[in-house]
Design a protein. Structure first.
Length: 159
């Protein structure tokens, strides 16, 4: 992270990376299933990690700093995370069974993620950057690595 160490930049770049992986899955699933499956696996694991980073490292500092726990933006983001996980699992089960009929689930996921990411990138992340110091953000970034990989690295084990 040699670039500016802000939540907005770091998490925004992770959103972009995840979006790119999902596009690879979408564009190659009918022509190169092995490539699509690998992209989906990387996307799923990365998105699960991203959600854990937010829910366990990022959101708590926002809630601590603002006192907004039950009535702020983070409960909405957590609710959307649960919807995202449901769609992710639905697509995963189809990919696992080599069922390519994922277009509807994919579109629902893309729609939800684009709205969700926009709220985070335009409102929540900049707000977190505004209420935290560089040292506090640095602590968040370093603590993200302390989440055990087995908490988010669950995908495609049988194939």
């Amino acid at each position: 992270m040699s670039e500016q160490k802000t939540v907005t930049v770091f998490y925004g770049k992770d959103h972009d990376k995840l979006d790119d992986l999902f596009k690879v899955f979408q564009t190659s699933k009918r022509s190169d299933f092995a490539k699509a499956k690998e992209a989906f696996k990387e996307f799923k694991v990365g998105l699960q990690r991203h959600i854990l980073w937010e829910e366990e490292r990022l959101f708590p500092i926002w809630e601590e700093k603002t006192g907004m726990i039950e009535d702020g933006p983070t409960p909405v983001m957590r609710f959307e995370h649960s919807q995202i996980k449901q769609l992710l699992d639905a697509i995963h089960h189809k990919v696992e069974g080599q069922n390519l009929d994922t277009d509807q689930d994919e579109q629902a996921l893309v729609n939800l993620l684009s709205s969700h990411n926009r709220k985070e990138e335009r409102a929540l992340y900049p707000a977190i950057d505004n209420v935290t110091s560089a040292d506090e953000r640095s602590t968040v970034f370093s603590n993200m690595n302390s989440i055990p990989e087995d908490r988010y690295n669950s995908c495609c084990s049988q194939h």
